[in-house]
Structures are given as C-alpha cells and as structure tokens.
Design a binder for this molecule. Structure first.
Ligand SMILES: NC(=O)C1=CN([C@@H]2O[C@H](COP(=O)(O)OP(=O)(O)OC[C@H]3O[C@@H](n4cnc5c(N)ncnc54)[C@H](OP(=O)(O)O)[C@@H]3O)[C@@H](O)[C@H]2O)C=CC1
Ligand SMILES: CCCCCCCCCCCCCCCC(=O)[C@@H](N)CO
Length: 334
C-alpha cells in the first residue's frame, strides 16, 4: 500500500518535472556567448554597473559604460580596461549621458557608441538611485524623480535598441530592479513603485520580443555594498535599515556575476542570495518559466515560502512597533 503511494507520487513528480522542463525549454533563449559582443551598461561607472562591466570584459566582450559624470566615467573606464584579455579585439569606452531626461540625447549617445563598437547585443539598464523616508516626509518631487530615473531611465535606452535587435533577431535586455520591487518596505514609498514598474515593463516586453529571439532579464538585488548604497544610508529610517538587513549585504561583484550568468542563459527572473531565491519563488506570478529547476522549485515551494513569509512579516511588524515606541519616547523626553 505505502509502496504504491510512494510510486504514484514519484510518477506525478516525474511528470511535473518533464512538463516544466519542456515549458522552460520552449521559453528560454539559447545561451549567448559574451565574447565579441557589444554590451552597453547604463550606470556602468559605479557599483553594480561597474562590476557588471568588469565581468563582461573578463568574458571577452566589448563594453560601453554610460553615466552622467565624465570624471567618474573615465576613472571607471581605466579600471575596467585592466581586465581586458585580448587587446586586439576587445574595446572599452564610455559615454556621458543622462538616461532620464531627453530621449533624443540618449538615442544620439547610444548610436555614437554603436558606430564605434558595433550594434548593441546586450543592454543592461542599471542606472538608478534610491531615496528613503516616510511617505509624508518625502518631498513630492522625489516620487516623480524615482519614476523618471529608475523607470523612464530604463525605458529610453531600451527603446533605442529594440528595433535593431529585432532586425538582427538577437539580443538581451536587462532591467536592474531590487528586492524592494518584490515587496513593499517601510520608507520606500517613492523607490519601491519605480522598481515594481520595471517588472511590469519586463514581462510585457518579453512577450513582444520573444518571436525575435530577444530575451529579457529582470534582476532583484538585495542591499549591495556600493557607493550608491553608502549614500543611501544618510537619513535612512531605522525601520528601512533593519528590515533590509534581513536579506544581508552583498558584494557588487557577486551580484554582477549572478546577473551576467542569468542574462547569458536567457533567464527571466534573476534572484540573488537565499532570501532572494525564496522571494523569487514566492513572487514569481506569471513570469515566463525559463529554467526547469526554477519552475519545479516554484511549483513545490511557493506555498511553503508563503508560510515562511509570515514569520518575516511578524518580525518586520515588530521592528516597526519597536521603532515607533522609541520615537515616541524620544519625543516625550525632548
Ligand atoms: N546597492 C544596492 O543596495 C542596490 C541597488 N539596486 C539598484 O542597482 C542599480 C545600481 O545601484 P548601485 O550600484 O548601488 O548605484 P551607484 O550609485 O553606485 O551607481 C549608480 C550609477 O548610475 C549612474 N546614474 C545615476 N543616475 C543616472 C542618470 N540619470 N543617468 C545616467 N546615469 C545615471 C551613476 O553615475 P552618475 O551619477 O555619474 O550619473 C552611477 O554610474 C540601481 O538601479 C539601484 O537602484 C538594487 C538593489 C540594491
Ligand atoms: C519567503 C519570504 C522571504 C522574505 C525575505 C524578505 C527579505 C526582504 C528584505 C527587503 C530588502 C529590500 C532591499 C532593498 C535594497 C535596495 O534596493 C536599496 N539598497 C537600494 O539602494
């Protein structure tokens, strides 16, 4: 009796695995080799973007980094060039542009980069910034600024490359969201929505461009030790700090390695770390199933992770209550 039960379960499990394997095979792109490709990275002069540039150069790619500050760009360019393997075929260059202001300017800068290093095969939208504070304390302009830089600043560069990627029937487009684009966090009422928006964009765009052999990846990094992260600490509410800490602090290099691998493998969802993996399974929704292993994990673990999330939510609630009490006490004593 027990043996029949076990065998039946194993058969069902095997069938689920086979189905998910077939689905993932149909949905993911074939691996793209980075060697010789032109990789365009916005926000490539610092933090995660710079680490990505280094990883791609190590793989033999040609890289353009884009950001606003020319001085920082030049410094990063020199740093990245030190990782070049084949000086004859590999080039690294930088372009100064603001991803969020003027579409025509973005288009002009990117076309110029393409005239030098060839058509862009991989676009990484990494330029972004964050702001934290309570909803009523955040200046209203910040809500607009976050959407302008983090969301529209990814729409514009993507608009520039899609047409030529479609014609060439090849390409990868990456959006760097955040774990704060998977769950709302105290203090991130302006930042979180701009990162959630990227996922909506990524899902819709993937459906449109798949017939052209273009694959979209959306990455959800946790706190990562970068100049941007350091800046963000100033004025960050204690609640935001403590809640974010639950998924740890990662190195830009390891975040970049994971993003690069998932991009080259044509994976839609890219999670970093153990909590990132759990969050990815829990919030996968209707995202394309591009890895059989991920699909199987999602099917079998989603319910369990919902239970795990309840414990996290209780601990977040405690943090908020505790900070609230502390603040009240401070107000009283002053
Ligand atoms: N570090 C973290 O904890 C996490 C970061 N992220 C996301 O990862 C991305 C990179 O973050 P991180 O490496 O920490 O950031 P950094 O602040 O270290 O680097 C940001 C980069 O983006 C560029 N940039 C910013 N605004 C613009 C703009 N308007 N136009 C062009 N370039 C711009 C900056 O250069 P310049 O100022 O010269 O323009 C810089 O090169 C961001 O989108 C961030 O939201 C997600 C999760 C966690
Ligand atoms: C099964 C359920 C598991 C749940 C795990 C939950 C962990 C949530 C932590 C929230 C982290 C938010 C980090 C934002 C980082 C960021 O974007 C800024 N640093 C930008 O600069």
């Amino acid at each position: 009796m027990i043996i029949t039960l076990i065998v039946t379960h194993l058969i069902i499990l095997a069938i689920v695995c086979i189905i998910l394997y077939i689905i993932s095979y149909l949905q993911s792109g074939k691996r793209l080799e980075a060697k010789g490709r032109h990789v365009f990275i916005t926000g490539g002069s610092s933090g995660i973007g710079k680490a990505l540039a280094i990883e791609f150069v190590k793989k033999g790619a040609c890289v353009t980094i884009a950001a606003r500050d020319q001085g920082k760009l030049k410094e990063a360019e020199t740093e990245i060039k030190a990782f070049i393997k084949d000086a004859d075929s590999q080039k690294v260059q930088c372009v100064a542009m603001d991803v969020s202001k003027d579409y025509i300017d973005v288009e002009r800068s990117m076309n110029k980069a393409e005239s030098q290093l060839g058509p862009i095969s991989i676009l990484i939208n990494c330029a972004g910034t964050s702001v934290s504070g309570t909803f009523e304390d955040l200046p209203l302009e910040k809500f607009q600024q976050m959407m302008q830089i983090n969301y529209l600043g990814s729409v514009y560069p993507t608009r520039v490359v899609v047409k030529s990627m479609k014609t060439r029937r090849q390409g990868r487009i990456v959006f760097v969201s955040s774990q704060a684009g998977q769950l709302g966090v105290y203090g991130y009422t302006a930042y979180s929505p701009s990162k959630y928006a990227l996922r909506g964009l990524a899902e819709s765009l993937q459906m449109e461009v798949k017939p052209y052999n273009i694959y979209v990846t959306v990455a959800f990094p946790p706190d990562t030790d970068t100049p941007g992260f350091e800046n963000e600490q100033i004025g960050k509410p204690k609640e935001t700090q403590l809640i974010s800490q639950s998924s740890g602090l990662f190195k830009a290099e390891s975040v970049a390695k994971t993003i690069m691998e998932d991009t080259l493998n044509g994976r839609f969802l890219c999670s970093i770390g153990l909590d990132g993996w759990m969050l990815g399974c829990l919030t996968c929704g209707m995202t394309p199933i591009t890895s059989a292993l991920n699909g199987i994990q999602q099917v079998f673990l989603m319910g369990l992770f919902r239970l795990v999330s309840a414990f996290y939510l209780v601990s977040f609630d405690r943090i908020v209550q505790q900070c609230h009490r502390e603040r009240k006490q401070k107000e009283k004593s002053s």
